[in-house]
Design a protein around this ligand. Structure first.
Ligand code: PEP
Length: 248
């Protein structure tokens, strides 16, 4: 009932040549029931939208919670929609850590993006010291609550959650399928108790953190893993194609 969704997060990597290479590989592929979204750096968005076939989503990696105005360097929702970009990743741990985006800012960005017509991949996840202190769910719930309080029940239809334990991002240290499943299942229970059973049943929860062509098979078999958010491996056409084919 939940369509599996794989996102590729290029972060601050890539080039026009890579858009051509990866769009060529994905446009030609058969991915069965899997939905695909590719998040490229902002300057590459128009080219990506032109090159990837229309069934593949193109995503920004951040956007402002302001409509327009004197915010040098920021990207707003209206411009993204004007270039036919319909997704944005918000709350990635790199935005939270390096750019000091608070839970509150992430909640407001998610709300603003959705109210203005974008679909959002909203990232949540604990750091290593928080996991070691048994605070994983406390942190994840705090991040979720900041999003929940900004959204109506209906608006959750445009949210995909990405559970990304920070200690697994870009480290090669993947969460075990059991570790990921345990948190995903707790997130779903929290959605049922704090939003609604319908939202819990329908919201897709991606796992992110060192997903690759080798470990995607076992991870995808977990009942509450509804997709992946992939960093490093999304820059390699053959690996990303393998990950997108994980349901076949
Ligand atoms: C990410 O950037 O969201 C990510 C999960 O990166 P990686 O797959 O490289 O760990």
């Amino acid at each position: 009932m939940r369509k599996f969704i794989v996102g590729g997060n290029w972060k601050m990597n890539g080039s026009k040549a890579l858009v051509n290479e990866i769009s060529g590989a994905l446009n030609a592929g058969d991915f069965g029931p899997v939905e695909i979204v590719v998040a490229v750096p902002a300057p590459l968005l128009p080219l990506a939208r032109e090159k990837f076939k229309s069934t593949i989503g193109v995503s920004a990696q951040n956007c402002s919670q302001e409509k327009s105005g004197a915010f040098t360097g920021e990207v707003n929702v209206d411009i993204l929609k004007d270039i036919n970009v319909d997704w944005v990743i918000l709350g990635h741990s790199e935005r939270r850590e390096i750019f000091k985006e608070s839970d509150e800012v992430v909640g407001k960005k998610v709300s603003f993006a959705i109210k203005n017509g974008l679909k959002v991949i909203a990232c949540i996840g604990e750091k290593l010291n928080e996991r070691e202190a048994n605070q994983t769910m406390q942190v994840v719930i705090r991040q979720l609550e900041a999003i929940r309080k900004e959204l109506s029940e209906a608006e959750w239809a445009n949210v995909v959650l990405a559970y990304e334990p920070v200690w697994a991002i870009g480290t090669g240290k993947v969460a075990t399928p059991q570790q990921a499943q345990e948190v995903h299942s707790e997130i779903r229970k929290w959605l049922a108790a704090n939003v609604s059973q319908k939202v819990a049943d329908e919201t897709r929860i991606q796992y992110g953190g060192s997903v690759n062509a080798k470990n995607c098979g076992e991870l995808q078999s977990q009942p509450d893993i509804d997709g992946f958010l992939v960093g490093g491996a999304s820059l390699k056409a053959a690996d990303f194609v393998t990950i997108c084919r994980c349901k076949l």
